[in-house]
Design a protein around this ligand. Sequence first.
Ligand SMILES: Cc1cc2nc3c(=O)[nH]c(=O)nc-3n(C[C@H](O)[C@H](O)[C@H](O)COP(=O)(O)O)c2cc1C
Length: 175
Amino acid sequence: MNVGIIWGSDSGDTEDVMEYIVEKLSSYNVENIHVENSSIDDFTKFDILLLGISTWYDGDLQSDWERFFPTFQEINFKDKSIAIFGLGDQYSYEDYFVDGIGILASEVIKNDGKIIGHWPTEGYEFVESRALFNKDLFYGLALDEGNQYELTKDRVDKWLIKLGFILSDIDFCAK
Ligand SMILES: Cc1cc2nc3c(=O)[nH]c(=O)nc-3n(C[C@H](O)[C@H](O)[C@H](O)COP(=O)(O)O)c2cc1C
């Protein structure tokens, strides 16, 4: 199975998570593409596509995603299933927590795609978020490296398993 991860990161947090996911999915054929270097074809050529994004400046897209966004809006996601992971800060940006997830998800849905990998809101404290599918679920995996870094790996593992992946044991590989 071909897995794609298209990502953008300003201070490296989303990149770190992307690298962790690549390690965990080492038994699959995984290609990661920085959104800056991506083409429309990269969004439709994989069996499963993961998108990684952080949110900046009161609900804005991460800068590389922001530059790519007009192209992203043109992509036809028909018959495609997309899973999104997003980084944010629930305490400093409680009214905009992981908005980037929601902004990408809306475009995918608008252009006939399907969002998979909804994630519970339980365990987070925030006021508003465009990433909400409903009051109990985000459209994708929400991660907060600033405030809950100790939960990140466990959240990622659970999310990947929920998406149907069988995970590699990194410690075993490192021996
Ligand atoms: C100036 C600034 C603005 C931010 N704005 C938001 C925001 O609106 N919503 C949010 O959830 N997180 C916000 N964050 C938190 C970042 O998304 C978070 O630090 C994330 O881990 C950065 O990931 P990256 O290094 O991959 O870009 C902001 C952080 C900074 C420094």
